[in-house]
Design a protein around this ligand. Structure first.
Ligand SMILES: [Fe+2]
Length: 286
């Protein structure tokens, strides 16, 4: 059976644009299965639908799994979410009375996996662009299947069966979260350094420069040396796709086989995106 949509590659590293499908309407089971398979194979999917409502975004997200809960505890959120469904987070630099109305307001953000610092990280993120700056604020994605495959064999063997500790301070987005800099309020969790993707069965590197603090069981210097090598391989240009946002873009990405980063942008321009997430069927496993 032909699919009810067309695809176009986003780049050589990963990604596909979905063409000819209205994602604001309910989709039939066959189309959902085709999208699911295309997502599994391409890691990042791009859709474009202007003026998508909250309800439409949530209905579409639910095609890919159970909706995830907001990672940040309610009392730690600075924003007024009274008009927003509880499943959403606003990623924006808009301020009212000097206070950000959303999360992650300004500037560059280093490569990371959403919610890797939780015991059950969300597998899918759906980020919808409402307003974007004329320059910058791009999102870069790296293919962590390719990064794992590109690791030297001795490094693969060295980390086999080991876990890495991930930390996240919600305000620390442009410098690495380290054990030395940690405080009691930090979110933290350990997961295998490389995981087997539950849907593709392929092995993916599962560390990132922002949140991965150490490889457990190695001394500090060795852990740092291996992690820095992994970060550098993951972020090599041939493993990366950089998305320049257009209003109405919705990106769906897989946090179990990719990490992402944000490029800098001017604080003189508005950036407003709406994020929801879907749960994985299981915790990340080697
Ligand atoms: Fe993110």
């Amino acid at each position: 059976m032909p699919k009810s949509f067309d695809t176009r590659p986003l780049g050589s590293a990963l990604g596909a644009e979905i063409i000819g499908l209205d994602i604001s309407k309910p989709l039939d089971d066959e189309t959902i299965q085709d999208l699911y398979d295309t997502w599994r194979d391409n890691i990042v999917l791009l859709f474009n639908k202007k003026d998508m409502s909250q309800e439409e975004q949530l209905r579409f997200a639910a095609c890919f799994g159970k909706l995830g809960e907001r990672p940040k505890p309610k009392e730690a959120r600075p924003e007024d979410y009274s008009k927003l469904d509880a499943a959403f987070m606003l990623v924006t630099n808009i301020r009212e009375n000097g206070k950000p109305i959303g999360t992650l307001p300004d500037g560059e953000m280093m490569f990371h996996h959403d919610t890797i610092y939780k015991p059950r990280p969300h597998i899918g993120t759906l980020l919808y662009a409402i307003e974007v700056p004329s320059v910058g604020g791009n999102t870069k994605f790296t293919n962590l299947y390719k990064a794992y495959d590109a690791l030297p064999e001795d490094i693969k063997n060295k980390v086999e069966g080991r876990k890495a500790l991930h930390l996240y301070d919600y305000d620390r987005i442009a410098e690495r979260n380290t054990v030395e800099g940690a405080n009691d309020l930090l979110e933290n969790c350990s997961h295998p350094v490389a995981i087997t993707h539950p849907r593709s069965g392929r092995k993916a590197l599962y560390v990132n420069r922002l949140m991965t603090a150490e490889i457990e069981g190695l001394d500090h210097d060795e852990s740092e040396e291996i992690l820095n090598l992994m970060f550098d391989i993951a972020e090599q240009p041939e493993h990366v796709y950089e998305h320049v946002w257009t209003p109405g873009d919705l990106l769906l990405w897989d946090n179990f086989c990719s990490s992402h980063a944000r490029t800098d942008f001017s604080d003189g321009e508005v950036r407003l995106l709406r994020r929801c997430q879907v749960e994985a069927e299981s915790a990340p496993a080697a």
